[in-house]
Design a protein around this ligand. Structure first.
Ligand code: CUA
Length: 368
């Protein structure tokens, strides 16, 4: 819906924390307006009242006032702290994704947004989400810095080359909302826009089952790991395993050969694939080749998604995607059948490049 609120400069509020952002904004605006009016009123009144030079040319001699000086120190301090605390609370709410959030992957590139649901469905410049669910976007970019901005949700986060950033929201009403790139990223930056579709859970489930599925990110990651990139030949357990064990890796603390320790998060896994020699696990030789240039950002996300699912048991190559929405089963089932591009729901002409980035397409199946 493109309804606007009563004040048409402000987009409608459509996320759980939109009112907090607006509240803080109105609060700061009100303080600014109050002092601006106060200062100008005083200026005008004094200019009129004291305009007689002979009478007021020489001011009264004042030698300080403790009460006055305390007041003009303490009051501005309290005002500044109230703005700081309000801002800190809003920031904290926005930038700490809840643990139970449903995860969606986003890759920015000049000049489009590519998204993939954990059930496998891909979209370009569009994102369908259910209303009232917490959604976490894990984002990166194939080229330059972009910024994922949904004004109606009052949220925005940069996507940065070589890093994962995240953003979360809970949409509060069904509708169609603008998606913008909010960081100048080249010639067609202004065209790097799209739509967020917020749907009732039932409509969303219908949409998921109608949208032709690819492999889920976890399935695609498993295929990359076991077949296409051959990671499994060194990392899949057994007596002759040459690479570090990956079972139960995610979230654990890793001892490196240089004596340092590092937390095995998304960033660490990504870096280990691209720059294996920079963080060698203690007890292993630095023999892993780099996969830089051989994997796209989307494939890296899929590998990370897969490695996240590896449990603690030896050989625990579970394909269960813990991030999959509990209600998306119909879609998950259909995702194995719909490989035909003609079945794709997306009518966006950019879907052609969606195909090109499909890890199943021939030019991407290079082994090493
Ligand atoms: Cu992407 Cu501006």
């Amino acid at each position: 819906m493109q309804q606007t609120s009563w004040f048409s400069l402000i987009p409608e509020q459509a996320s759980s924390f939109a009112w907090q952002v607006d509240g803080l904004y109105y609060y700061i605006t009100a303080i600014s307006v109050f002092f601006t009016i106060g200062i100008f009123l005083a200026l005008i009144i004094f200019a009129v009242k004291f305009r007689e030079k002979e009478k007021y040319g020489k001011g009264a001699d004042i030698h300080g006032s403790v009460a006055l000086e305390t007041a003009w120190s303490v009051i501005p301090f309290l005002i500044a702290m109230s703005i700081f605390l309000g801002g800190a609370v809003v920031y904290y709410n926005q930038y700490r994704a809840p643990a139970d959030a449903m995860e969606i992957y986003v890759v920015g590139k000049q000049w489009m947004w590519k998204t993939q649901h954990s059930t496998g469905q891909r979209e370009i410049n569009e994102l369908h989400v259910p209303v009232g669910r917490r959604i976490k976007l894990t984002m990166t970019t194939e080229d330059v810095i972009h910024s994922f901005f949904i004004p109606a949700f009052r949220t925005k986060a940069d996507v940065v080359p070589g890093r994962y950033t995240s953003l979360w929201f809970e949409a509060t009403k069904p509708g169609k909302y603008h998606l913008f790139c909010a960081e100048y990223c080249g010639l067609n930056h202004s065209g790097m826009v799209g739509w967020i579709y917020v749907m009732d859970q039932r409509d969303y489930d219908n949409w998921l089952s109608g949208a032709s599925g690819n492999q889920t990110p976890v399935e695609a990651g498993k295929e990359l790991f076991e077949v296409k990139l051959g990671c499994a030949s060194c990392h899949e357990g057994g007596a002759n395993q040459r690479g570090a064990h990956l079972e139960g890796l995610f979230g654990s603390t890793v001892n490196l050969s240089d004596g340092q320790t590092v937390k095995a998060d998304e960033e660490y896994i990504r870096n280990s694939i691209l720059n294996p020699s920079s963080q060698v696990v203690a007890g292993y030789a630095p023999i892993m080749p780099t996969f830089k240039g051989q994997v796209t950002e989307e494939q890296l996300m899929q590998l990370v998604a897969y490695i996240k699912t590896l449990g603690g048991q030896s050989g625990g190559a579970s394909t269960t995607n813990t991030a999959a929405p509990t209600t998306g089963n119909a879609a998950a089932n259909s995702s194995t059948t719909g490989q035909n591009p003609a079945e794709r729901r997306s009518t966006n002409p950019a879907s052609a490049s969606n195909l090109a980035s499909n890890p199943n397409s021939p030019e991407k199946t290079n082994n090493k």
